[in-house]
Structure formats: C-alpha cells, structure tokens
Design a protein. Structure first.
Length: 289
C-alpha cells in the first residue's frame, strides 16, 4: 500500500496548526499588502488582514511561488510514495493549472486534483482524501474520486457590504450605490468555478432564510436526502465569529443532529466580499462515510 501525502493550500481554511494535527501539508497563500508580501497564517493573521482591508489598504492575492510548491513536494517525497495535491478551484486561480504542469515532471507520483472547490468545501475534499488514503487507495484513485464528486457541494454567502464587490470590479459602481441605498444583503453562490449572484435580501434575517432554503433544496433535489444525513454542513464567516455561532444554531434547528463545523472563510474569498459575511456550505458525503 502506497504511503500518501495530502497537500492543499491555505484557501482551504486549514491553519498550519490544524495541518499538523490532521497530518497534511498546507501551502500558505501569498498576499501583497501596500508593497509587502505576507503569507496567510504564517506572518499574516486574520486580524491583521481585516485591519488592513477595512483601512482601505492596497491588497492583492497571488498564487504560491513555483519553487515553494516543488520544494514542498520534493521534501514530502523523501518520506512518502505519492502526493495528492488539492489546490483552490481552477476557475478562481491559475495555481491549479500551474500545479498540474509542474506535476508532469514527477512521473505520476504527484496527482493534482482539479475539483473546483475553495474554502470550507476544499477543506472537505482534504478530509475526504485522508479518508480514502486510509482505505488504501493510491493517489490516482483518490484524484479520480474527488474529481468525480467535484460539483457535489455548494457555498451560499451573505455579503454585508457591497464595497468590496465594487472594488474588485464584480459589480458596477452604480449597482453598488443603489444596493447600498436600498440596504441590500446580496446572497452569492460558489459552486464549481464561479462566484455568482444567487439572490437579493433586504435584511440579514431574510438572507439567512434564503441560504437555509437553498440548503434544503440542495439536500432534497440534488442529494435526494431531505434530512441532510448524507451531507456535511459547514458554517463560515468573515470577521464575524459570534454571528456565525448564532447562525449555526439556526441551521441546526432545520437540520437537527447535524454536526456543523464553524470556520473562517479563506482570506482569498474575504478579499472580494469584505468583513461581516456569513456563509453556509453543504458537501455530499462519499459512499461509506
């Protein structure tokens, strides 16, 4: 049985400390902030990021350096037979395509998973990879399962402010001004490659209701499981942990018995939506889980 190493990036929301506990490797994502480079969860904390973001700092994201990726792989392959590398969605970053290109020099020992996930659903893919490795599957088999299941998840996000969507060019200044005037709370969806508009709400309460109804619809119509017993449910947030814990209670009222996990959204997502966002995600469980 091959000894498998699982690698992801910090877009998964897995911290360096959690990575050690899980037995995985996490590449920290680089951020350029006012001319300096920082690495998520290494020399850039959530608090520092949001302080800079709310102070209108000049922030941009980038993919990990090629050398950082290959150095990590080379080090792991001294101990492991194969690597399963799970980067963020290819539709949201070029880091996946770059990793696939780099893996071609490793004679099949590095399998890069293009399963189009990010943040809490990407984290679920990492946990699924660990589960499959524990069953004795090789890297290529794990990749095949994760890519087959790639669209079996959704993230719904309520945005508290339109400022950052406007700043990133995802909505026009006029739309942002009108939405702010009307105090709209847009609900976005991440499924597969894109961050798309899903619905508009006038209040936080209404936005929460829209997201929960979307989850109920996914469970019933996509997963044929009205109770949610065969899905993982995750709650996520940007700089609003108390609000997320309250939202978790509301979600559990609809899906009793669910063990929801509450985690921050990755900083790469937070760049585009800003603080105060709430999200709920569902990921279909693999057969046998």
């Amino acid at each position: 049985m091959s000894k498998i190493a699982v690698v992801t990036d910090s877009n998964s929301g897995i911290t360096q400390m959690q990575a050690k506990e899980l037995g995985v490797a996490v590449l920290p994502m680089p951020f350029y902030m006012d001319g300096q480079t920082y690495y998520e969860d290494v020399d850039l904390t959530q608090e520092q990021f949001y302080q800079k973001l709310t102070n209108d700092g000049n922030i941009s994201t980038s993919m990990p350096a090629v050398g950082d990726v290959t150095d990590l792989w080379d080090k792991l392959l001294e101990e492991y037979d194969e690597i399963v590398h799970i980067p963020m969605s290819s539709g949201l970053s070029s880091s996946c395509e770059t990793a696939i290109m780099l893996s071609q020099s490793y004679d099949g020992r590095v399998q890069v998973v293009n399963n189009q996930r990010i943040s809490v659903t990407q984290r679920r893919s990492v946990l699924d990879a660990l589960h499959l490795a524990g069953q004795g599957k090789c890297a290529q088999e794990i990749k095949a399962v994760l890519e087959r299941e790639k669209l079996e998840s959704s993230i719904y996000i309520m945005v508290d402010t339109l400022k950052y969507l406007k700043k990133g060019g995802r909505i026009t200044p006029a739309a942002a001004a009108l939405g702010t005037l009307l105090r709209l709370k847009p609900v976005l969806q991440i499924q597969g490659e894109k961050l798309d508009a899903f619905a508009k709400a006038r209040t936080v309460k209404q936005a929460k209701s829209i997201m929960i109804d979307a989850m109920k619809n996914d469970c019933k119509n996509r997963f044929q499981d009205e109770t949610g017993a065969n899905v993982y449910i995750d709650i996520a947030y940007t700089a609003a942990p108390d609000d997320a814990l309250q939202f978790e209670k509301e979600v559990k009222e609809v899906f009793p018995g669910q063990q929801c996990v509450v985690n921050p959204l990755s900083l790469s997502v937070a760049c585009h939506i800003g603080p105060g966002a709430l999200a709920v995600a569902c990921s279909h469980k693999l057969e046998g889980q």
